[in-house]
Design a protein around this ligand. Structure first.
Ligand SMILES: [Zn+2]
Ligand SMILES: [Zn+2]
Length: 425
């Protein structure tokens, strides 16, 4: 294809809007001449200021080298066009997929450009030198000190988070919401001058087999988001590697729910040694009660990893919606490549696989780390499951957490206690 063809796509989009099917046409560039996606995206950066899901999705198909070039181009074009939606989106997706590529550009990305919850994520991998620069700005009472503090608290390393704690009063734009709210978004807890990580760098994706993916695809046939029509359109659904062992997913568990007394639903098996000093862990919950009868449910795991509810009510409830188990399946647990370790629920926009173990959670309503009911310590992040999973009963629709949220699973390694809850919009 030629530049003329791309100009035609853009011209058509301006004339006919989404009827011009920009998504199909972007995907056909990907399939026919992947190397041409970069020139196509560059054209979109200047010609389609509002951007669109076809642009967002295309970022996943360009190489690291191409992304590097696109970032430089976006930053130089921001001087001519301002921070349009499409130019901002290059920085936003880069801050997830290749945060290190942004390091050289960071001082110029200090001030607010879009007022989105993720605009300071560009700073996640900033180095010590940049940490010092931010601290100087905060201490010198520069007019950018609030921006600088928000960048600082978003840098995900121990020294930056301790500095942010130290300079909280000086730099935080909204101190009334408390330091923990900010630091937990970055996966840290600061107590008595020490920081503790609530997330791990090691990240794994739950990979379903071909048959399962085909059925998931049937469930999204009416989606307005073209790239979500086939799960295979995003690399996170088909990651390869790891060991060849298959792990049990879905089905039922042997213990009973402490609220309703029915059998627990098995969610997934966590491999041996993935959580500190533990054998395999079988994660289960009651899909009928979680989030409806109780906001959070906790389970104690025995030496074989099997759960029993921590709280058992004498008066059993009668859940309004009785859920069937998640479809029994065998899944692979695959180590996540660097590029997909940081994901976001909003920016993923139903395209990406958000069924993950360890790594950083993709919060919908903001970071939430409950205390372990046994020892009272803040629990660490263990895994998350997205909506849209298949159910055991063939006729049933896909499983939704609330209105289509995510279930988060936390772990206390001192007590072998798991905790779960979900968030949705
Ligand atoms: Zn129950
Ligand atoms: Zn505990």
């Amino acid at each position: 294809m030629l530049m003329e063809d791309y100009k035609e796509v853009v011209k058509d989009l301006k004339l006919r809007g989404w009827d011009s099917k920009p998504f199909d046409r972007m995907l056909s560039i990907r399939d026919e001449a992947r190397g041409d996606l970069l020139p196509f995206l560059k054209l979109c950066l200047t010609e389609v200021p509002k951007g669109g899901t076809f642009v967002d999705a295309a970022f996943s198909y360009i190489s690291e080298e191409e992304f590097k070039e696109l970032i430089s181009y976006a930053i130089s074009e921001s001087k001519n066009h301002g921070w349009t939606d499409v130019i901002s989106s290059v920085i936003d997706y880069a801050s997830l997929q290749f945060p290190r590529l942004l390091t050289d550009h960071l001082p110029g990305l200090l001030e607010s450009r879009s007022n989105t919850y993720y605009e300071k994520w560009a700073w996640r991998k900033a180095d010590d030198e940049l940490v010092d620069q931010l601290c100087d700005i905060i201490c010198s009472n520069d007019r950018r000190k609030n921006d600088a503090w928000e960048c600082l608290v978003n840098i995900r390393n121990e020294s930056a988070i301790l500095k942010a704690h130290e300079l909280f009063e000086k730099g935080c734009p909204r101190p009334q919401i408390g330091f923990d709210t900010y630091s937990m978004e970055s996966g840290f807890l600061v107590r008595d001058g020490k920081s503790r990580r609530l997330t791990q760098d090691n990240t794994y994706h739950i990979i379903f087999d071909d048959e399962y993916l085909t059925e998931l695809d049937q469930g999204v046939a009416d989606s307005v988001n073209y790239a979500a029509l086939s799960k295979r359109n995003h690399p996170t659904w088909t990651l390869k590697g790891g060991d060849y062992k298959a792990y049990k997913f879905g089905g039922v568990s042997e213990s009973a729910c402490g609220c309703c007394g029915d059998g627990l639903h098995h969610l997934l098996e966590i491999p041996d040694n993935l959580l500190a000093n533990s054998g395999p862990i079988s994660l289960s919950t009651c899909l009928s009660c979680l989030g409806w009868e109780e906001d959070q449910l906790f389970y104690k795991h025995d030496s074989a990893g099997n759960p029993t509810p921590l709280k058992v009510n004498d008066d059993k409830c009668d859940p309004e919606f009785k859920a069937v188990p998640l479809r029994r399946a065998e899944v692979k647990i695959v180590r996540t490549p660097e590029r997909w370790k940081l994901q976001d629920w909003g920016l993923s926009n139903s395209r990406e696989n958000l069924n993950r173990i360890l790594g950083s959670p993709t919060w919908i309503q903001g970071a939430e780390y409950p205390s372990c009911p046994t020892c009272n310590e803040t629990m660490a992040f263990c895994a998350q499951l997205d909506s849209g999973l298949l159910l055991e009963d063939e006729d049933d629709e896909e499983w939704l957490w609330g209105s289509g949220g995510i279930c988060y699973i936390l772990w206390c390694s001192s007590c072998n206690v798991s905790g779960m809850f979900w968030q949705c919009t």
